[in-house]
Ligand binder design. Structure first.
Ligand code: AMP
Length: 424
């Protein structure tokens, strides 16, 4: 039986990879311009990092983690998100001793045992950015501005920034209780999951997609009716900073996000072109996460962008697939050897060049050059080679010229190839 990939795990094939590389390159450029440094963290962590960090009563920890015992009996989990691991690395390597504020980003796969559908996979990629060590709402605004700027830089428009506050340790318990009391009166309308959530995590009911639950929360109290003056001040300043920067947002008092560690700021970037899984990115502040995982009190804020969703939104028409700059069609033994020598030299010069390995006819070599969408073809026959020359054909306008072989690289460069000097 042919072995297939696991459900919800995708291959990213060569004809799609140009988009991924473009997005990753742009993220690195934009984020580094904002003062962020890349960090790479393991894909596997001890399970308790996530159960304590993300929260026992979240969907992720309750039912979506890939958890298993290793051969020594340790419980390990494939990371479902990156923030907890980044916070762990920051504590473990005492990065706060180097500089109290750390701006970090990371790109890589995450794993959640969710029901696969369009825009939702079991292995999916995220671009994460986090700022540790500062609680000032100015940083919340700066991070959100960077996110929107990045999404615009890759060509995404018509996005909606949704904003909410979730309160903090001082005021969230009151909201939780207020919401629980309200929902108790509506329990008959709630799905089985939400009946359970009523006790464990009533805020999650606000996020439920079941129609009767949506109806039940229609008149639910809002977090903004409960938050303390400190949280209100933080929220007001954030809104002001965003307005000063000319960034439009809409308030969504129902947005709770799926992870328990959020405090105060929560945000999502939504695209209505995406269908039901419409969040391209989400994030928020988490001023208690570090304590949950055994550290001191360190404030933090961050976001994660879903790369598959982002890539599905990229505008059409941009050229992502790379084609050869040159194809060498050689006829005969000596020209074929010369073609091999030239191609190697071009590769060392950073020029994308291809040749025929199978001794095919000129016609079929030209067909392959066409298929590969090579920009130029060098036609090399016995006669030309003896004179140290070859025919260079522009595959787009079909014009041809004979050039001395020793001038090949110069000729290609003059034709405005994007060649990176290799220093050879
Ligand atoms: P979260 O880590 O849940 O806050 O999600 C942040 C972003 O990651 C979301 O806005 C999505 O774009 C993306 N995302 C989350 N879960 C999945 C999934 N199962 N498949 C694909 N993308 C996802």
């Amino acid at each position: 039986m042919e072995i297939k990939a696991i459900r919800g795990f995708n291959d990213i094939l060569p004809d799609e990879i140009g988009k991924w590389q473009f997005v990753e390159k742009t993220a690195r450029e934009v984020f580094e311009g904002f003062g962020y440094s890349e960090i790479r963290i393991p894909i596997l962590e001890r399970t308790e990092l996530f159960s304590r960090g993300i929260g026992e009563a979240t969907d992720i920890v309750e039912k979506e983690m890939y958890t298993f015992s290793d051969r020594s009996g340790n419980s390990l989990t494939l990371r479902p998100e990156a923030t907890a691991s980044m916070a762990r690395a920051y504590l473990e390597h005492q990065l706060y001793n180097i500089e109290s504020i750390a701006k970090l980003y990371c790109i890589g796969p995450m794993f959640r045992y969710e029901r696969p559908q369009k825009g939702r996979y079991r292995q999916f990629y995220q671009i994460d950015a986090e700022v540790f060590g500062v609680g000032n709402p100015m940083v919340d605004a700066e991070l959100i501005i960077m996110l929107i700027h990045f999404l615009n830089s890759v060509g995404l428009e018509k996005l909606e920034l949704q904003l909410n506050t979730l309160g903090d340790r001082a005021c969230r318990p009151q909201y939780r209780e207020g919401l629980r009391k309200y929902l108790e009166g509506k329990a008959f309308q709630l799905c089985e999951d939400c009946k359970r959530r009523l006790e464990t995590n009533p805020l999650r009911v606000l996020d439920c997609k079941v129609e009767t639950c949506k109806q039940a929360i229609a008149d639910a109290p809002k977090v903004t009716d409960f938050i303390c003056s400190e949280c209100q001040k933080h929220f007001d300043s954030l809104k002001e900073y965003l307005e000063t920067a000319g960034l439009a947002y809409i308030l969504n008092p129902r947005m709770v996000r799926g992870l328990d560690y959020y405090t105060r700021t929560a945000f999502e970037v939504v695209s209505y072109q995406l269908g039901s899984q419409n969040a391209v990115a989400g994030g928020g502040r988490y001023d208690n996460l570090f304590q949950e995982i055994g550290g001191k009190e360190i404030p933090g804020i961050g976001f994660a962008i879903g790369m598959e969703r982002l890539i599905s939104l990229l505008p059409e028409g941009k050229q992502f697939v790379k084609h050869p700059d040159l194809f060498i069609a050689a006829l005969g033994e000596a020209p074929s050897k010369e073609a091999y020598r030239i191609v190697n030299q071009l590769h060392l010069e950073g020029i994308r060049a291809e040749l025929d390995y199978e001794g095919k006819s000129l016609k079929s070599q030209m067909r392959r050059a066409d298929k590969l969408k090579a920009r130029y073809t060098l036609i090399l026959g016995e006669e030309e080679l003896k004179r140290g020359r070859a025919v260079l054909r522009n595959m787009e306008n079909k014009s041809q010229e004979e050039i001395p072989l020793q001038d090949l690289i110069d000729s290609l460069r003059k034709k405005s190839f994007q060649i990176e000097q290799s220093g050879l």
